[in-house]
Ligand binder design. Sequence first.
Ligand SMILES: [Fe+2]
Ligand SMILES: [Fe+2]
Length: 162
Amino acid sequence: MNPARKNLIRILQNAYSGEIAAAYAYRGHWKSLKDSPEKEHIKKIEAEEWDHRRRVGEWLEKLGATPRGGREKVFWTIGRTLGLTCHLSGWFMPMYFAGRLESQNSIEYEDAAVFAKELEMHDCVDDLLDMARVEVEHEVFFREMVAGHRLLPVMRKVFRWS
Ligand SMILES: [Fe+2]
Ligand SMILES: [Fe+2]
């Protein structure tokens, strides 16, 4: 198989499963918050992750590929577990790690777009870059949430985000 096609499929399979983990983690996250504008915002982010998963799934189908079963199970479990831990871990940690994860998601879609471009799949490039843009929006939201928090300096040193 053409290496660009192989790479694109691999990234999309990873992203597809990553989105289910993100969506369930955000569902737990907003449910753990009391009524507030940030709760509503994270609800919206959850919906956007489901939308990404649908779009990535469509591209996989067009490429004649399928999601990887084992990875789906692992990421389903990760998402559900993170969703539950949001109820236990306090306000800051879910916000911080969400932001850190989002910073990786946008890079993943940008990387995928490079391979799609090599394959001259122009609609796919546009769609992937649009999803990368939304992931950056998510990152910015969480960055703003944690800004100025007393735990941020030490977390930044250890986990290298924000
Ligand atoms: Fe996403
Ligand atoms: Fe996201």
